[in-house]
Design a protein around this ligand. Structure first.
Ligand code: FES
Ligand code: FES
Length: 166
């Protein structure tokens, strides 16, 4: 079976119904995606399939064939996604175990809703559990990242305009 993860094609010799989580972790050694409950309840294993957040523990690898799989390792080239920067600034992680799943859910939210209000953040993040209780910091960091993204957009539009004047 051939799958595309973080922009690279991989051939994997596995059963079609193997959960994508195990293919990522055990076959491809992408261990940033975590195993929590194994039943779709905790969100620790959240990845993107064609930009949509999904639970890798419930997704058979065959379902991901032909789709773009993105894991935490592929969220940004240098760990500089606005969410990752905001996470550092707001000191979000405690033990850290749930955080790659949290970041992937948050990234999908900002992709679909660039300027989410508190209710939209709560709704999008409701399936991601954190035993350490970092929820308030997660929420602040998501709002900060949304602002960061908006500011970067304005800056890049201004630069383009400036260049056009030259
Ligand atoms: S490990 Fe997938 S939702 Fe908990
Ligand atoms: S930071 Fe420990 S479970 Fe979320």
């Amino acid at each position: 079976m051939q799958i595309t993860v973080n922009g690279s094609a991989h051939k994997v010799e596995v059963e079609e119904d193997m959960p994508l989580l195990w293919v990522l972790r055990d076959e491809l050694k992408l261990t940033g995606t975590k195993f929590g409950c194994g039943g779709g309840f905790c969100g620790a294993c959240t990845i993107h399939l064609d930009g949509q957040p999904v639970r890798a523990c419930l997704t058979p690898v065959s379902f991901a064939e032909g789709k773009k799989i993105t894991t935490i390792e592929g969220l940004s080239a240098n760990g500089d996604h606005p969410l990752q920067l905001a996470w550092i600034e707001h000191n979000v992680p405690q033990c850290g175990y749930c955080q790659s799943g949290q970041l992937m859910s948050a990234a999908a939210l900002l992709q679909q809703t660039p300027n989410p209000d508190d209710k939209q953040i709560d709704q999008a993040m409701t399936g991601n559990l954190c035993r350490c209780g970092t929820y308030p910091r997660i929420k602040s960091a998501i709002s900060a990242a949304a602002k960061m993204k908006a500011a970067a957009k304005i800056k890049s539009a201004a630069t383009k305009e400036g260049n056009a004047d030259v």
